[in-house]
Design a protein around this ligand. Sequence first.
Ligand SMILES: [Cu+2]
Length: 314
Amino acid sequence: MFSQEVSKASNFVQGVDTAFIVILGICFVFLIGLTFIMIYFIYKYNRKRNPVATQIHGSVTLEIVWTVVPFLLTIVMFYYGWAGWAPMQKAPKDSMEITVYGRMWNFSFEYENGKRTDTLYLPKDKPVKLNLVAMDVLHSLYIPAFRVKQDMVPNMKNNFMWFEPQRVGIYDIFCAEYCGLQHSYMTAGVKVMEEKDFTNWLVDTTKVAVVNIDSPAVTGKRIMQNIGCFACHTIDGSKLVGPSYKGIWGEEQTVVSGRETRHVIVDEDYIRTSIYDPNADIVEGYKKGLMLPYQGQLSEDDIVNIIEYLKTVK
Ligand SMILES: [Cu+2]
């Protein structure tokens, strides 16, 4: 879906690639060198040419050489690794800050003006600091083209990554920490734009107007796609992590509330509670704690639209 380019998409590409090439180069020299020496020794010391083996007892020179040379080589590798990594640890003061939320199983991005998206939009040539928030379990934000990857740890303070995109384009984002059933679908995109296009996009409110033209059900479906409900719920009757939405509206549902098992009719209140406080009533046969509350992430209007959409899933 997204194009993947190999050169200089961010300010960290050079440093990481240099470390990679240096380490790969050293390994390669040894691989080739040792292979040739082995082949040569097989020839030189075979039984015909060298019937009596020579016994060697220690060599101080050799010991020093094979201690000092690998030591220097590891220091060289360490140096390039350090040089590539150290600048990632301190974000410039003038960075644009964006909060990234990771949850099972999607990413969402929140800008300083409150705009929220499921794709990361960025201006070119501006440092950006991503504040990472894991809402449930460990995730890891990985943008291969930018050569950045950072674990997202629940409750961790000052969990961030920063970089400066340097080329307009569209790049992949992956979750790089196994986080449960649908981990492999936890992907997103980065769209890097010229600064003026980005500014236009950021302040653009016509998107909202477009939303208003759509029917509530269409809007509800889009909200659910963006926030990732379909990672756990289907509309075709098959079970994923949660029950299918098929025929949900008006259906009689058996739920466990605390110790009590009761029958409810799926109506507006039930759906609202299911989204804002999912663990209040657990659908019989499903586990508690898998669906997390969307309080603060979905507004009352969003819920109304979602309900309108769910009514249409027959
Ligand atoms: Cu994940």
